[in-house]
Design a protein around this ligand. Structure first.
Ligand SMILES: [Zn+2]
Ligand SMILES: [Zn+2]
Length: 296
């Protein structure tokens, strides 16, 4: 522990959570550059600021408005700019980490492994955004075409993919662990009530624990149509029961949202018994960062 957890840096209303490991930039589809995101995060009182831009994807995995080419072009600049801002942060007593949010694409593990192998990331977030070539979190109209049973099948496969993602050994953190609910909260909750939901969910979270990974607890869901923290309470209960370690994240894509709703996030995690979040370390045990839940 380096003493920054209780530094009290920032304004009196600053969040007691001082770590945000999930920030995007304008190198993909964010709206602010690395420096602006750093300044915004610092102004929120964060002591550990983790950048986690999207990684390039193999051919065939496209969203309707794809930014893959931009990612490929911008990656060298992203790496250089984050390393530069990390040097500046160190001089100001703030730790900046160079991460990446890499898609988990089942059957394309070699692509991801090759991408990561040549680069010196501090940590890798695994993001499930695709089933096959379908980017399921892009367009609510895709979901309107699915029956309830078809949606249930998507949910189950999501957790099968998460188990495979965790077993791949490529990632330190599982991003937004129920993103699949984004456009169909009602059906997702109905699915969680069924007998078919718990086995794949528990397999995924157990695989996460066995891999020594962290479960992301993200305020991004509060800004999305599902209007709920990722993951929701029933999944958090299983996570707590299994003793999973967590990592806090805003998934900010603009300068207004680093540490977004982190006081709420802290209260939420504390309600499940959590007293610290974690930061991955290279090859060692995750670092623990205590937090306290502020009064509402
Ligand atoms: Zn994501
Ligand atoms: Zn993200």
């Amino acid at each position: 522990m380096n003493g920054i957890a209780a530094s009290g840096r920032g304004d009196p209303g600053a969040t007691p959570v001082v770590v945000d490991l999930h920030l995007h930039t304008d190198h993909a589809h964010g709206t602010a550059d690395v420096r602006s995101m750093y300044l915004a995060a610092r102004s929120k009182g964060l002591a550990v600021i983790g950048f986690s831009e999207h990684s390039p994807r193999p051919d065939g995995f496209v969203y309707a408005s794809d930014y893959r080419e931009k990612l490929v072009r911008g990656l060298p600049d992203y790496l250089r700019e984050v390393r530069e801002i990390a040097r500046r942060g160190a001089a100001q007593g703030i730790e900046v980490l160079l991460g990446i949010e890499a898609d988990y694409l089942r059957g394309h593990e070699a692509y991801t492994r090759d991408f990561l192998a040549g680069r010196d990331f501090d940590y890798v977030i695994g993001g499930l955004h695709f089933q096959g070539a379908w980017g399921f979190d892009a367009d609510p109209a895709d979901w309107e075409r699915l029956s309830r049973q078809e949606r249930f099948a998507v949910y189950a496969r999501y957790y099968d993919d998460m188990a495979a993602m965790c077993a791949s050994g490529l990632f330190h953190i599982a991003a937004h662990p129920d993103l699949v609910k984004i456009f169909s909260m009602e059906d997702f909750n109905l699915w969680l009530d069924t007998d078919e939901a718990l086995p794949p969910l528990r397999r995924a979270l157990t695989a996460l624990r066995d891999a020594g990974m962290l479960l992301e607890v993200s305020s991004a869901g509060l800004r999305k149509p599902c209007r709920e923290i990722y993951p929701g309470p029933r999944i958090m209960a299983v996570a707590a029961e299994l003793g999973l370690d967590i990592a806090f994240a805003s998934d900010a894509h603009c300068a207004a949202t680093p540490a977004f709703a982190f006081a709420e996030l802290a209260r939420y995690a504390a309600a499940f018994g959590y007293t610290y979040s974690c930061i991955p370390t290279r090859g060692g045990a995750a670092r623990r960062m205590p937090f306290s839940a502020p009064p509402p």
